[in-house]
Design a protein around this ligand. Sequence first.
Ligand code: CAA
Ligand code: FAD
Length: 386
Amino acid sequence: MYELSEEQEMLRQMVHRLAEQKVAPRAAAIDEEDAFPWDLKELFAGQELLGAGVPEAYGGTGAGLPAVCVVVEEIARVSAAASLIVAAQELGLMPILLAGSEEQKRKYLPGLAAGELISAFALTEPNAGSDAGSVRTGARREGSKYVLNGQKCFITNGGLADVYTVFASTDPARGIKGLSAFIVEKDAPGFAAGKKEKKMGIRGSQTAELIFEDCEVPAENLLGKEGDGFKIAMMTLDHTRPVIGAQAVGIACGALEYALNYARERVQFGRPIAGFQGIQFMLADMGTRVEAARQLVYKAACFIEEAGVKGAPPAEISRYSSMCKLFASDVAMQVTVDAVQILGGYGYMREYPLERMMRDAKITQIYEGTNQIQRLVVARSMLDKR
Ligand code: CAA
Ligand code: FAD
């Protein structure tokens, strides 16, 4: 069974208090207004929460992946959109952490860890979603620079990030093996953000198109070597899917706690509805699922954190990462739907937080790879196909 270390438990308690005091009172308004909560970004930066996954040598706290999961889970308990500030930062900086040169790490990671810079991860395109290897955005080498042309869609922090990790093809003839990864700064010539999406949930997190029209990127902004792009993207997602798993656990936990308290107080037929076995069994299943999901998420995060030292096979890293994101996001969906049911008609009303939590839960089954794709990764790993 996984248990938090003393340091992680202290972090959890600190973030729990912060989330209750500063984030929870803002959660409904963030959803309603659908505007990025800059004040919360500053708050998280001030508490060094954006640098938990960055080693101390590059300006972070070096607390590691399980700690990032703790932070995201506790914030997601009250606001999934606010927790995505931390999760998306981790995703955007991970390619630099995993594949950046010493110079690239020193140039970008301290600002990202401090929250002075915001990051984004730009893989998805209109015709390359689940089939991420079919990216069409092209990058042509011209002397000391690359010239990018193409379009990305659904990019979290699109239009407000300072630093983008962008995946583009340097050699279309080589397909997946022709993809390369680049660091693109927001003011690169020929780079612009396009349409901002209107979404079902995680409103307040900005999701936008990116447009590259003869966009000039210095050659030294290539991450790794030409052709490394797809592996960098997949290794990044291996590290960050548990963070989305933690977000899902947080959403489920928040919904369960709310439904539990409500069931104790709501009286029908002369007694609290918590006295009915039909409600008790729902609560029991919800609690069991949340705990099982939490265990799998932290098992995966610890496994991945220690994988380098222990020399774990890459396929096993992918398996745990995908398993935990798959399981936790399905739990978040089931638990939030049941929580709405426990509140009856009140659960359906905007005055109560559960309909927001249910809308927010849905995205965890879709982004960072849909759950069909997680099943594909798990099955391939089990059948030893990679
Ligand atoms: N680590 C290292 N290398 C990997 C790898 C991994 N985890 N997974 C695959 N590779 C390598 C393979 O070994 C193979 O290389 P070799 O031929 O040299 O062995 C190469 O990459 C191609 O792999 P596959 O044949 O498995 O590729 P595929 O086309 O079948 O695709 C996939 C695999 C798992 C379906 C992948 O396309 C995928 O993950 N799709 C989902 C995309 C996704 O998750 N997008 C998320 C966007 S970010 C986001 O959503 C953020 C947010 O919301 C905030
Ligand atoms: P499709 O790939 O078209 O899938 C449609 C359906 O077909 C899904 O149910 C899928 O599971 C299923 N399907 C596809 N292939 C298979 C298969 N082989 N087997 C079984 N079923 C299959 N991307 C980024 O790069 N960066 C971001 O920051 C980012 N943020 C996002 C934020 C939001 C709010 C959203 C909605 C998306 C974001 N994405 C981001 C994109 C996200 O990762 C993709 O939407 C996701 O990977 C699915 O791709 P798609 O939408 O094109 O669906």
